[in-house]
Design a binder for this molecule. Structure first.
Ligand code: DC
Length: 217
């Protein structure tokens, strides 16, 4: 069991997905789950507070993955959960304990046959007994530049300064919320990907994985 936590845009998803592929383990993108809840609540017009409407909607919420596609309440939400509207709204919803509790069981149920899971609180709350815990960081400028390039590659409009502001605002909210704040677990390895290539980052993750997943000869 490998967990990769860290701030927005540090490359967790792509790195964790590739590490999972190389290790032959399933991959769990928990940010996609919080994004899917945010999308469902926004489309129902339910604001981010612990209300009876919120609890009822969470009771009926389902999320599943098929390959790289994400489904929420039966619909394909793969693209819509990556829009700037969701980026702007996801932190207030994911700060609510009622939202986090509703995802905890769903996330732990995925553990069955080993897993590479990425998020904010995988090592601290969801899988505290994970074999390898990595806290992946990068400078805000580099993280914003990556998001900017991703958006342009998808043919979307993008403004670097806007993204940088949003990256900083989201870090601030994710680190300072009361419920499961973004922070490294005490036994996490801090991996700073600033200036490293994708391949170098994946190799460092694989080195950590090899230390615990390969039996001593
Ligand atoms: O990794 P991401 O950008 O897709 O995550 C979207 C948001 O979801 C992020 O701002 C914080 C929240 N999140 C969380 O609170 N806990 C997780 N385990 C994963 C994501």
């Amino acid at each position: 069991m490998i967990v990769i936590d860290g701030p927005a845009g540090a490359g967790k998803s792509t790195v964790a997905r590739e590490a999972a592929r190389r290790l032959g383990l399933p991959f769990l993108d928990t940010g996609a789950m919080y994004r899917a809840i945010t999308h469902v609540m926004l489309s129902k017009g339910i604001p981010p507070s612990d209300s009876p409407e919120m609890r009822a909607a969470l009771g009926g919420f389902t999320v599943s993955f098929r390959g790289e596609r994400v489904f929420a309440c039966g619909g394909d939400v793969t693209e819509v959960i990556r829009t700037p509207e969701i980026d702007r709204n996801v932190s207030p919803y994911s700060a609510l304990p009622v939202v986090r509790e509703s995802l905890l069981g769903i996330q732990r149920d995925q553990k069955v046959h080993g897993l590479v899971a990425e998020g904010r609180d995988m090592g601290t709350v969801v899988f505290p007994d994970a074999d390898v815990k990595i806290f992946l960081i990068a400078s805000p400028g580099e993280r914003a530049a990556r998001r900017h390039a991703e958006r342009l590659a998808r043919g979307e409009e993008s403004d670097y300064d806007d993204i940088l502001e949003q990256v900083k605002a989201r870090d601030e909210m994710d680190m300072n919320r009361a419920a499961a704040p973004l922070r490294p677990a005490e036994d996490a390895v801090i991996l700073d990907s600033t200036g490293l290539s994708f391949e170098e980052v994946v190799s460092r993750v694989m080195e950590q994985a090899a230390r615990v997943l390969t039996p001593e000869p």
